[in-house]
Design a protein around this ligand. Sequence first.
Ligand SMILES: [Zn+2]
Length: 252
Amino acid sequence: MKTRLLCALLALMLCAPALAEGRSREVRIVPEESARLYSALPLAGLKIGIDPGHQAHADTSKEPVAPGSAETKARVASGTRGVSTGVPEYVRVLEISLLLRDELVRLGAEVLMTRETHDVNISNVERALMMNEWGADAVVRVHLNGSTNKNAHGIGMYVRATGACAEESARLARCLLDALKSVTGAHIQSVYKRDTYTGLNWSEVPCVLAELGYMTNPEEDENTARPEYQLLLAQGVAQGICQYFETITENE
Ligand SMILES: [Zn+2]
């Protein structure tokens, strides 16, 4: 009887390390499994840049509007302000951008933001260079529009007319508009091609300046202040980015 008990004890001692090893082997499988699931996400392996427009204080010192250009513009303009809420553009676009970041991460993307606070001084050239150096696959510059006409409203996209990635940027802008239309139901303007934006001219990757509504229109000012609507804007942009990369894959 004593011998049997001793044998049982001995067996347990011999098995214990194996059991422990078995458990740790099981633990090692988990990251592989999650990596497999991760790669199945629509934006896995893609680097998406978000540039929340403006900052707490404008910087009116000048920088070239395009590489090699003699024409200059303010490093960072002050942006617009909510006609009804009084909230400055730089505050609201960061709120939307942070929601967009979370959406994109959830969809598997690697995300870089030019700023996550208001108290920065990063010029439009510097923001573009940051994304070029990082090698972004796509960049969305998040803005809200302003007009002297209170009735002006809707979502519009701005891309460079010529130069690096002009065609890809226009295609990305189209995808963003389509997705935003179906997700938010907002009035949709158009894709505007301009060679006047510093941040677009210095970009060497697909890059869109998204004007997600007018803060000078009371209704859109109040609407874009609502967290639920901000989430719809973020989801619309994220879906548009997914659709853009889907069309690239289909064309290959
Ligand atoms: Zn702006």
